[in-house]
Design a protein around this ligand. Structure first.
Ligand code: CO
Length: 134
């Protein structure tokens, strides 16, 4: 099952100005930045209670985030739900008719196994499932 909102992914064109916004909004500094080469993104993470904010900026023009920013200037890109068993959840959701972008989990930022569901089948919201990688 899906347990909680692990993070919200927010697309940004530059980290500098957005980092200041979230630093003052949340009263805390980002705790890490990490490049995920396979996704063409650099990420920056903030903690807020039990959840996180993940800022995403493109590292190349083919990045899904670059494409998102072309259509929208920025804003919420995806919502990530935590699960203890991502393989079982993907199987369950596929069975229930959801369209999977990733048929099997892949390595994501912040030491996670992740997979995305297609927004077509999730009310136009890009949904990420994630599980702590052991
Ligand atoms: Co994410």
């Amino acid at each position: 099952m899906l347990k909680r909102i692990e993070h919200l992914g927010i697309a940004v064109s530059d980290f500098e100005s957005t980092e200041m916004v979230f630093e003052s909004l949340l009263g805390a500094k980002a705790y890490k930045t990490e490049i995920v080469e396979s996704e063409g993104v650099e990420t920056m993470f903030f903690k807020i209670g039990e959840s996180k904010i993940e800022l995403l900026r493109p590292t190349n023009s083919e990045s899904p985030i670059a494409k998102f920013l072309e259509k929208q200037k920025g804003g919420i890109h995806h919502i990530a739900f935590e699960t203890d068993d991502i393989d079982a959840e993907l199987a369950r959701l596929k069975e229930e008719g959801y369209e999977l972008i990733h048929q099997t989990p892949k390595g994501g930022a912040d030491n996670k196994r992740i997979a995305f569901l297609h927004p077509k089948s999730t009310a136009r919201v890009l949904v990420e499932l994630c599980q702590d990688a052991k």
